[in-house]
Design a protein around this ligand. Structure first.
Ligand SMILES: *Cc1c(COP(=O)(O)O)cnc(C)c1O
Length: 422
């Protein structure tokens, strides 16, 4: 068993906190908290074989693509009491058409839309709701651009814990809200954007006795590391040149960077892939910070993009994301809504559906390739964060009813209407 510690992320502080802490802000400096491990030193452990065995056929098979990697997760009773819906183990799909469009040699898609509630948030939620259950909390809560609420509501229902969601007014996809409501969450629409809803929730969480499952929750980020382990396993432990993901509150890039750093320290990878964070132009404070080599982020007060999952102006995890980029020689990019739309259409024409925020990855690869920052020979993995049906309104808005025909119910009329179709 590997011992884990809950520590302040701020290097100037670094204080260790008891596992019973639930506010997930350092009481000494208000910094972010993170989990660290006493990993075995020197020799690379034989974990990849063990992880693969758990996935394989037979009675030892495990359904969760998070918990089978538990050597890299905070200590839980082995196999027992985990709140799981069979998350992870999502496909890694070759996307030659999109590769050609972006101008790179190889591009594959790690499709996180194939998770139980349709986004990567499930990887983190299985861990932090398990922790919530272990701590015996009464109510879990989040502010959300949509997917966190869907995921939290499902896992909380599974665990028999009540859940509360703050969402910005009129700025979240109806499909995502429908999921949260279906799973029995109490939804509160409040504030003009995610940042405002999140600030309110943080203010009120002690008063209401809430356990927060936003990505400031360090247990969530531990679960989200699993996407890296899955990708590497699917590639026979050969790292790609780049791993690309969209950036909102920057929890995902922080988790992915942490996983890579831990794997390198364990000698389980010999080469570091470069992380690429793509933000929407109207909500790109991290990109601005990274490009200008600023020491701190300057929040965007009115974030604007149709890719609502990444419409965030003041990302909480920016210090962790900055470390992830520094450790991987990472790059950032910002793309317009038009560029996102074009990338999403390109993916769709290759049979790959996703929500708009996810398509920012492909748009970013193309833009960085054109700028010469990514080389033509690059081998790229893009993490598509959410399912196509997460935002069906976007599709009808962009394409209208498109080629849909309304026809009299007779063969002759149908043949007539299809005459010009090719
Ligand atoms: C949450 C989310 C993001 C942003 O992830 P962060 O960890 O907040 O940076 C991107 N895409 C989708 C579909 C999401 O649900």
């Amino acid at each position: 068993m590997i011992t884990s510690h809950l520590r302040c992320f701020n290097p100037a502080c670094g204080s260790e906190q008891p596992r019973s802490t639930t506010s997930y802000a350092c009481p000494d400096c208000q910094g972010l908290l993170e989990l660290t491990y006493d990993f075995p030193s020197l020799q690379a452990p034989d974990w990849p074989r063990l992880w693969q065995q758990r996935l394989g056929p037979g009675p030892g098979r495990e359904g969760s693509g998070v918990w089978r990697f538990r050597e890299m997760l905070p200590l839980f009773d082995d196999g027992a009491g985990m709140v799981s819906l069979g998350e992870g183990n999502t496909p890694l799909i070759a996307a030659p058409r999109a590769a050609q469009w972006a101008g790179v040699r190889a591009l594959s898609i790690k499709h996180q839309g194939a998770n139980p509630t349709g986004s990567f948030k499930d990887l983190g939620m299985t861990v932090c709701i398990t922790e919530a259950l272990r701590l015996g909390v009464g109510v879990v809560a989040c502010a959300s651009t949509g997917n966190t609420s869907s995921s939290m509501a499902a896992y909380a229902a599974r665990a028999g814990i009540k859940s509360l969601v703050f969402v910005p007014q009129g700025a979240v996809s109806g499909a995502k809200l429908a999921q949260a409501i279906d799973f029995g969450a109490q939804v509160v629409e409040t504030g003009a954007n995610f940042d405002q809803a999140f600030r309110l929730l943080r203010q009120m969480s002690d008063q209401l006795g809430l356990y927060l499952v936003n990505s400031i929750n360090p247990f969530r980020l531990e679960g989200q590391k699993a996407v890296v382990l899955q990708i590497l396993e699917q590639r026979g432990w050969q790292p790609p040149d780049y791993i690309v993901l969209p950036g909102g509150n920057l929890g995902n890039v922080s988790a992915v960077g942490k996983a890579l750093a831990e794997l390198a320290a364990l000698n389980l990878i010999s080469r570091m892939p470069r992380l690429v964070v793509v933000q929407a132009q109207g909500a790109s404070p991290f990109h601005q910070m990274w490009r200008s080599q600023s020491a701190r982020i300057s929040p965007v007060s009115e974030p604007a993009t149709r890719a609502t999952a990444i419409r965030i102006g003041n990302p909480a995890n920016w210090p962790k994301a900055a470390r992830a980029l520094a450790q991987t020689e990472g790059i950032t990019e910002a793309v317009t809504d038009q560029e996102i739309r074009a990338a999403k259409a390109e993916l769709a024409q290759g049979g790959i559906g996703c929500e708009p925020a996810s398509a920012a990855t492909l748009a970013g690869v193309r833009k960085l390739r054109e700028a010469g920052e990514i080389e033509p020979g690059a081998d790229v993995v893009a993490i598509l964060t959410g399912h196509q049906l997460k935002d069906p309104d976007y599709i009808t808005e962009q394409l209208g009813r498109g080629g849909m025909l309304q026809v009299e119910p007779t063969p002759a009329a149908i043949l007539g209407a299809l005459r010009d179709w090719n």
